[in-house]
Write a protein of this length. Sequence first.
Length: 188
Amino acid sequence: MGKRLFIAVDVDEKTRAQVADVSAEVRQSLGSVTASWVHPERLHLTLYFCGDADPAAEQRIVEALATPFAEAPFSLTFSGVGFFPDHGSPRVVWLGIRDGLDSLRRLQDLLARRIDRRGAQRGSSETFSPHVTIARLRAPVPRARVAHLGRIQSSAGPARIDRVTLYESRLSRPGPVYVPLAAALLQP
C-alpha cells in the first residue's frame, strides 16, 4: 500500500479565519446535528485526488510539479453552503466558490493533463467539483433538516492562489495530518 496523496491549493490565514467564521455560523444553524468539523489549519481545496500511490506513481506526480504552471496567480472567494452527495442523506457540508472559478477550473485542467501525460492514475473517477469541506455529518440526516443552510450568504476571501501543493494524508486519531511533498508555482 502506497501513500495517500492529493494535490490542492491552500488559502491564507485570513481566509482560513473567515471560513472558520462561516463554519461557526453553519454549526449554530445545524443545532443538534452531530458533525465532525474541519479545523481551519486543515482547510484546502483539492484539485486532484491521487489515492494510494506507490513510490513510482509518487515520483511521476512529483515530476509533474517540477516546473511552474503557465497560469497567472488568481484570487478565490468562497460562498454558498452545499452538501454531498447530491441525493439522499447529506454526509459532507461544504463551502463553494463565488469568484475565481474559471481560473480554478483552468488550473485544475492543466494539472490533470500534466499528471495524465505522466501515466499517474487518478484515485477517483469523480468529476472536479470545487469546494472546501467544512464538516462531515456523523449520522444520516434528512435533507429537509439541513436545507436551510443553503440560504447562508456569508463569504470568505479573497484568497490569493499562487501555487499547487502535493500532500500526503496521514490518518491519525485526532484527525488527518497533511504533509507537503512538492509544490509548483503559478507564473504567467
